[in-house]
Design a binder for this molecule. Sequence first.
Ligand SMILES: [Ca+2]
Ligand SMILES: [Ca+2]
Ligand SMILES: [Ca+2]
Ligand SMILES: [Ca+2]
Length: 407
Amino acid sequence: MTRVSPAVCVWLLFGLQAVAAVKAHCFLVPPKKLMENVDYTKQEHVARIHSDFDDGNGNIVYSLEGKGANQNPFNVFVVNPRSGHIRVTKILDREFMDSYMLTIVTRYKNGSLAESNFDLRVQVVDDNDNSPVFQDIQTGVVNEGSPVGTTVMRVIATDDDERGNRNSQIAYHIIDQTPAHDMFEMSKSGYILVKNSGLDREFQKTDQYVLTVRGQDLNGEPGGNTGTGTVTIDILDVNDNCPVLTTDFHTMCTTDVSVIVNAEDKDSYPNRPPFDFVIIPEGTQGKWQVNPLNDTAASLNAQESMWPGFYEVKFVVRDKQGEACPDPQKVTVEVCTCVDGVVCGKRATSKKSEFGPLGIGLLVLGLLLLLRKYDVMLILMKWAKTFYTFAVLTTITRQVEFSRSPV
Ligand SMILES: [Ca+2]
Ligand SMILES: [Ca+2]
Ligand SMILES: [Ca+2]
Ligand SMILES: [Ca+2]
């Protein structure tokens, strides 16, 4: 303690034990410590002051000044003017006010100062009466495919208990992840790290994880207070998907000149369409040209009359970033005659389908059946049946021949 005055002393006594007495006026007074949340109001005094000039007959009047005495908050501490007993009138709350600087005034009855004023600091000792609090939802971002151990973010919670005290020292951990892929882990100090290298925005079909985290004071030791918070982690897209054709087979009537090819890319913008279709001449069968239709589709146009058969066409399809699959995209185009809805799949019903010999034969036969009541037409019907049979045989022969051509 530092000596500040050689004069007569005022004594400050903590409790009833003489060994706790301090010559307050003569020395700087150590702070008086009172615990928050402890009820001292029933105690006769938490400290006593006594002047060497006090004759015990009431010649000295003691008083307190300062915040917590004669200033807001008023009368938290009061002193008996004659005995010098200092009492506390309320249960203290450190988070409301962590210390009180009280000025002790010693006067004679006539109002003149008996001693110089001196200060008594009352320090409110922290009790662990606050829980960790997570403020707003905290958001982090991380690239898909990030390696294990990548730091995503640090989560922060607050605890109103005393800074630097275990009462406000928070240990963190994750208590729930949605989707439940167990992709992240959390250090005790609140850092969220990638736990699983399989972070794949497209494969897992999610671009955001929602984590419920818990903070526990006392550095996570048993008995601590807890609080929970919500953290969102956005998964940033990486261009890890290349455009692929949506189908590897098309049909086209010999009377058509084009088919439409479509591609898709599971990445998000700008790692996806618009696509650039380029034909690879090597290995492509037939003469084709590709022209863009929209962001994801292109028209594959035949550049010559196509014989019925199967044609393999190879493409490079690039996304907006110019990325393409390592292997060419292949599509097989079946070119065929489209006769009366027969052969060549759905496109056989195209308006451009050929109205061939088989169709002509059926039309003639139908007309003649309508006229069968006329005997004179019977001869013509026989002729028509013969023509129809010939037409069918001709068509079947052409189909067999076409199926042996180019591919
Ligand atoms: Ca606390
Ligand atoms: Ca506290
Ligand atoms: Ca991606
Ligand atoms: Ca892509």
